[in-house]
Every structure is written in C-alpha cells, then in structure tokens.
Design a protein around this ligand. Structure first.
Ligand SMILES: [Zn+2]
Length: 445
C-alpha cells in the first residue's frame, strides 16, 4: 500500500482487486485537496482520519480502507505484489493475476485456505482426495457429463440422484447412514444443501467450537477423510463391476482404518516432539505470562491479552476491536498491544503464549517470508524482543490458551475496548489452573 498513491486514479485498496474508490458525491473530483492516500491520515500520524473517510467514501469502502494497518515505526517505501503472499513479485503472482479475469472459479478457489488441508494430520493420499473434492476434479458422472453426454448419471451406490461430488460426499443416503452409525453418531441432514466445499472448510478450520478439544477435532478430520475415501472406493468398485462392502463391512473398515491412521498421527507427533502443552501452566516464580488471542469474523476482530503471575492469578486483561482482513494480522495486533503495555509498565521476565503457529514461527524466524499484511506488525514485535532479552515467545495449544480464547469471544460479542475490570471478566477466564482471583498488579509495575 503506497501512501503517496492517487486516491481516485489507482487501485490502492489491496483487499479488493483492481478497485478504485469512488466518492459519495458523484461529481468528481469533489475533494480537490485530497489527492493522495496520505491526505487521508490524521496530521502527523499514520492513523486514518476516520471522520474524513466516512465523509468521502461509502460505508463499505471505509470498512475495507480501515483494514489497512500501518506501523507506528516509519517503514521504507517499496513496491509489492498483492497476489503474492510475501508481497514480492513472483512468477506465481503474475500467473494468478493473469488467470483471475479468465477463470473466476480459480480465483474463488484461491481464497480457500489450502494450508488447512496440507497441514491437517491426515495421510497425504487423503489430503489429495479432499483437494480433488473441493476443486471438483473427481471424475464423477456429473463432471464427465459436462465434457461428453452420458446416458446414466445416477449415483452407482444409491441410484437416487445424479452422481456429483456434492451427492457422493454430503447427500448420498449410504453416506448419511455411515455417519449416523459411526462412533460420532452424526446426522448430516442439516448440511445436505450446503456445497461440499463449504462443509469441508467447516470441518477443517471452523469446527474448533463444535468439538470440545483440539485433539478431538484432529481425530474428527481423520474420520472425515477416511469416510470420503470409503465412499469414493465403493463408488469405483460398483462402477467397475465389483460388489462393494455392505454397510456393516464399511463401518468395520472405517473403524479399523480410522484408528490405524489416528494412532499413526499421534505416534508421529510424539516421536517428533511436536506435542505441545495441552493445558495452561503457571509461569515460574518472578515471571509473568501473557496469553493473547483474537476472535475474528467478517472483517471485524477483537484482540485480547491476559497477564497472569506465578500463582496463576489474573493481573490484567485488555481488549480492543479492529477492522481486519486476516487472522495473522489480528493475532499480530494483539501481540503488539501486549508488547506496548509491557514496555510502558517496564516489565521484565515475561513469557508470551499464543495459539497461532504461524505468528510464533514468524516472530522467531527472521528469514521467513511473512504475509505482507502482517509483516510490519511482526517486525515491530521482533524489534521489541530484540531490545529485551528476558522475553520468551512460544506456541501453545488452543486448550492452553483457553482463558484468552474465551476472553476474545466475550470481547467480540460485547465490543469491549480497554482494560477489563476483574469483576467484569467472563467466568471461563478463571477456568485454567491457579488461583481463580484477580491479583494486584502494583508490585510488578
Ligand atoms: Zn448416492
């Protein structure tokens, strides 16, 4: 984002490709003294002049503009490429830009967070299958019929509807029976009118709130992948003239395969030392622990941090609301706000815990290509850390971040900004180990 860009003549809002804002008042140019993007800042700062924005642009455009966050530290000017994750111009970013106008489905699919698939704890073959389902690459009868007409389009398993990816993996009565009689006892009927892509996205990235723990969520994903695999195998057996296993046999195969795959994933995590702390632990004596988290939906986010001492008592909790585009930026804002507080309070011996692995990796590894929207925030945290050796940053599981996670949800729904009085803190914040009280902060300041 170039602050010297021309407001009305350049597509300077990075989240809306090729979009040039138009003013509320149709006669242009209506604001001759506001030509450059930097004219939209408050005098002498890097903050948006929000009042001016609302005077000049429609509400929806202001929302997009406010998702652009600037560093308090002056940054060198540089060119960047929006379609590239790092902001650098690459052959991939050029290719994505080139195909965007011609292949709208490719552009839509490019918004799917593929990392949720590639990082899932499932077999690579299953990852590939989920990927093929999402981009509708499987040679189902409906898909083949789009290239050359077929006489029979019915699902080979149930014979009730045309065979498409949506039917096979979300609507087929055989699938519904498998899910209902599996150990998850899941009734898929509420989802049968949803696109399979959205259902898989729900399972991969948003079911953390539906299942009580991260471990259960990961096991559930293994089941989803294996059930899709069984459906596709059964369908292939029938299509090629063999008889498929019965429902009972399919359930036995599912149970055995899921347990083998899940145990293997657990063993891998244990041997590679990747098992992280699954419950919150108190910091050592004379240390403070900061847990931060965010709640994020439709471009609005709450960022919180909560500080506890070696007794496990809550010393301080803070919340703020931001317009924001992606989770990494939101999480980075939460960490930056915590850093600012620690600097102002002159605290030492502080450990940070957060449950967004990317944020921790980027903070610790200076060579990583950070997504450009969050890079200035991460660099601020790195600089802050570089000046204070007695700080620690580490990743923790969602369960170990329970208090901050629940505080963020509460803050999002109550739209709370500022330091939160202890007697207003939601009850789940006291659910971790330790003394369930607020402690005095004075002795640490
Ligand atoms: Zn069917």
């Amino acid at each position: 984002m170039n602050s010297t860009g021309l407001i009305w003549e350049e597509p300077w809002i990075p989240y809306v490709v090729s979009f040039k804002p138009s003013p509320i008042i149709a006669d242009s140019p209506p604001y001759p003294s506001y030509r450059l993007v930097r004219n939209l800042f408050l005098d002498g700062s890097n903050l948006w002049n929000v009042r001016l924005l609302y005077e000049m642009f429609p509400h929806s455009v202001v929302q997009e503009i406010r998702k652009i966050h600037f560093s308090h530290i002056p940054q060198p000017k540089k060119l960047f490429s929006c379609p590239s994750k790092s902001g650098n111009f690459t052959s991939r970013s050029a290719y994505l830009t080139d195909i965007a106008s011609r292949c709208s489905h490719a552009a839509q699919n490019s918004t799917f967070s593929w990392n949720y698939i590639w990082n899932a704890k499932i077999h690579n073959r299953h990852k590939l299958l989920l990927w093929r389902i999402i981009i509708d690459l499987l040679p189902t009868k409906a898909k083949l019929n789009s290239f050359f007409p077929l006489n029979d389009l019915l699902c080979p398993i149930c014979g009730l509807e045309n065979e498409s990816a949506n039917h096979l993996f979300i609507r087929c009565p055989f699938l519904l029976q498998i899910w209902f009689t599996s150990k998850w006892n899941l009734c898929l009927n509420p989802f049968i009118n949803e696109p399979i892509k959205d259902c898989i996205a729900l399972v991969l990235k948003e079911n953390g709130n539906l299942l009580p723990s991260e471990i259960l969520r990961e096991e559930f994903v293994v089941y989803v992948a294996i059930i899709c695999d069984i459906m596709w195998k059964n369908r292939n057996l029938i299509t090629h003239g063999s008889s498929p296993p019965s429902l009972q046999d399919s359930l036995r195969i599912l149970s055995s395969s899921a347990s083998t795959h899940w145990n293997s994933e657990l063993a891998k995590s244990t041997t590679s030392g990747k098992i992280v702390v699954h419950s919150w632990t108190k910091p050592p004596k004379n240390w403070l622990k900061v847990n931060s988290d965010c709640s994020f939906s439709n471009g609005q986010a709450s960022c919180v941090f909560i500080i506890r001492n070696c007794n496990g008592s809550i010393l301080l909790a803070h919340s703020s609301i931001h317009l924001c585009h992606d989770p990494l930026t939101v999480e980075s804002i939460a960490v930056r706000e915590a850093c600012n507080f620690i600097a102002n309070a002159k605290l030492k011996n502080v450990m940070f815990e957060l449950d967004l692995l990317n944020a921790i990796l980027f903070i610790k590894d200076h060579s990583s290509a950070i997504h450009w929207t969050a890079s200035h925030l991460i660099h601020e945290t790195q600089k802050f850390w570089g000046l204070r050796s007695k700080l620690k940053f580490r990743f923790c599981s969602r369960n170990a971040n329970y208090a901050a996670h629940n505080l963020a949800k509460w803050s999002f729904s109550s739209v709370f900004c500022g330091f939160i009085p202890v007697n207003c803190l939601p009850l789940p914040c006291f659910g971790d180990r330790g003394s369930p009280i607020g402690d005095k902060f004075n002795s640490y300041c």
